[in-house]
Design a protein around this ligand. Sequence first.
Ligand code: ADE
Length: 345
Amino acid sequence: MAKKGKREIGEEYLKNLRPSKLDEYIGQEKVVENLKITIRAAKERGEPLDHILFHGPPGLGKTTLAYCIANEMGADIVASSGPTLERPADLVGILTNLKKGDVLFIDEIHRLPRIVEEFLYPALEDYRITILLDKGPHARSLNINIERFTLIGATTRIGLLTAPLRERFGIFHHLDFYPDSELIEIIKRSARILGVDIDGGGAEVIAGRSRGTPRIANRLLKRVRDYAQVKHDGGITGEIALDALKMTGIDELGLDGLDRQYLEVIIENYKGGPVGINAIGATLNEEVDTLIDVIEPYMLKTGLIGRTSRGRVALEPAYRHLGITPPRDIEKQLSLLDMDEEEKD
Ligand code: ADE
């Protein structure tokens, strides 16, 4: 494979790996198919889309889909996030500037402060906002009509959404982890956009360590590309990808240092569990939200850990993965627990 010529600094950043149209989107077939119907129907009626909520683990394409939808509707999109919208005033300018059919995207919508959420309700339902002028005996309120817009919310924790907010969405889509076959396609597409040569083996190795997540796949592709460029001629084969990923500390299941520490804490500090998520967080000195949103979903999905009403437990594959002999009665111990129960803290 030929060595690539030196590129202008900055050119890379212009290459967007995210698809901008639903036809370019790989995976989540049912979601995409449903969205296409929704969009076509709304367009035929000349109406804005209903409010849409995407939920699922990080990095699976919630934001990308929001941008695709706005693009397909020929609408502008304004992106914000729950934690950055601290006060209702933060939304006034945004909402009053939206044109008919525009999309307001709010990421991490479960972290929207309650007063902002309540301010949003009439905007979502009646396309109207109420601004309070002054305080105390002279307080007056001003109603402002806004254009019919579409809210697209994204959350990793649908369970944390309040019922009134959830009920204001007309369309819900859950995004799940991608199978390796789809990740391979995504990696090949990204490599094409980045101008990197990659063979089937290279894409397979990266896909297998991407934890079902396109964002991770694209990140690993870039790290492997760096390695291939510096140590080889720039092309990526299975062998080169394996060597590159070994250097980054990502193992054959796609787990990184923190993932393995998480498993070690359950197994070594808490005898395999059950152990409460707060105790794991305190031992690791890591935010519980990070553990719940980022670390745990893939481990639950792939059966490395289980969730019980008394906390998390390590399952047999987790022991084997770390090279630790599981307790002889592990199956019996686990059979006494109510698996797949949300922990009651
Ligand atoms: N599906 C999800 N993420 C994607 C990406 N980055 N490119 C193409 N298809 C995708």
